[in-house]
Design a protein around this ligand. Structure first.
Ligand SMILES: Nc1nc2c(ncn2[C@@H]2O[C@H](COP(=O)(O)OP(=O)(O)OP(=O)(O)O)[C@@H](O)[C@H]2O)c(=O)[nH]1
Length: 321
């Protein structure tokens, strides 16, 4: 079964290293920052398609996600990281923090994302992890939320004292022009070397992974702030059937379990007469059908597993490193 959105190229498939637009450049760019600063929104905008889930709730990103974009002779390979968490030291958070540290050690450029005009202790803690060896751009996101633009210049100046940033980029991940400009800024830092992926690849994550992420996104969006972030989603079944007739789409049969910590949370996910879980399933299906260009059958279940986020073995069994 081929469940990759775009399978990773075999070396012999990779381009020769020289194209019409000149020698190929390629490199890894880590997107790092505390929870909720807009890292996933930025990654999706850079890749041009949704590959990382977003919500208003902090800590929706739990995995290292690679997205890529090839423009002209340059291939940008982005690494999204979970918001760095220091408040609670449970097994889930330890695993998240390890993922962040692993993600920044081997990249060509770091985009350190903060909210424009703000620098909190949580930002400081993330910055401390970054070290000095790798060029780091201060990306001051959500500029559209700053109403007194005059305040930004002195704030940027104060940021110079915090770290030796390579560049300072106030912008909004929701503004396509800003995102376009960011490519030009990142390009300079990527070495001349053959591309790692095919030109039209967007992510190395599988459809199965994306299905789980989409359920999780709908879950958090539709439960608002009521549901703790420790709830998670496990894909129990992911089967692909080829189209029955010419012109039809292939079929994905998916079963997923939403794992929550308490009976009360289960009732919250199910909703009045099952309304909420129905909506989670329907919205996931519609979006996945578009993303995967397939017909999707999705079955959703809810299970209570109290204390899972404190239990290291269980955190691993749910797919966190
Ligand atoms: N106004 C405004 N809101 C933004 C911008 N970028 C992101 N947001 C919003 O900020 C919230 C958090 O965005 P995410 O992309 O999920 O943040 P994240 O940093 O990936 O969060 P974690 O997964 O918790 O680490 C969402 O409600 C986004 O819509 C921006 O440029 N302007």
């Amino acid at each position: 079964m081929n469940d990759a959105i775009n399978p990773v190229a075999e070396p012999e498939d990779a381009a020769s290293g020289e194209g019409a637009a000149g020698p190929q450049h390629c490199g890894l760019i880590a997107i790092v920052g505390k929870p909720n600063v807009g890292k996933s929104t930025l990654l999706n905008a850079l890749v041009g398609q949704k590959i990382s889930i977003t919500s208003r709730k902090a800590q929706t990103t739990r995995h290292r996600i690679t997205g890529m974009r090839t423009l002209g002779a340059t291939q940008y390979v982005f690494v999204d990281t979970p918001g760095f968490q220091t408040l609670h030291a449970n097994a889930l958070n330890k695993s998240l923090n390890k993922t962040v540290q692993g993600a920044v050690g081997d990249v060509d450029l770091i985009l350190f994302v903060v909210e424009a005009g703000s620098f909190t202790q949580a930002d400081e803690r993330v910055l401390k992890l970054l070290g000095k060896g790798i060029p780091t751009v201060l990306l001051a996101n959500k500029l559209d939320n700053v109403h007194r633009r005059g305040d930004i210049a002195p704030w940027l100046k104060s940021m110079q004292e915090k770290h030796e940033f390579a560049e300072y980029v106030p912008m909004s991940a929701k503004n396509p022009k800003d995102v376009e400009r960011l490519f030009g800024i990142c390009e300079k830092y990527l070495p001349e070397q053959p591309w790692f992926y095919d030109e039209d690849e967007l992510t190395d994550r599988s459809e199965k992974f994306l299905a789980g992420e989409l359920v999780r996104e709908k879950l958090f969006r539709l439960t608002g702030d009521e549901l703790p972030y420790t709830s998670t989603v496990v894909i129990d079944k992911f089967e692909e059937e080829p189209p029955q007739k010419k012109g039809q789409k292939r079929l994905l049969r998916i079963a997923a379990t939403i794992v929550v910590e308490r009976d009360g949370h289960k009732a919250m996910v199910i909703g009045d007469k099952g309304e909420r879980i129905k909506r989670i399933g329907m919205e996931t299906r519609v979006e996945l059908e578009k993303l995967a260009d397939a017909k999707v059958f999705l079955e959703l279940w809810v299970k209570v597993r109290s204390g899972w986020a404190d239990d290291e073995a269980r955190v691993r069994s749910f797919g966190y490193e």
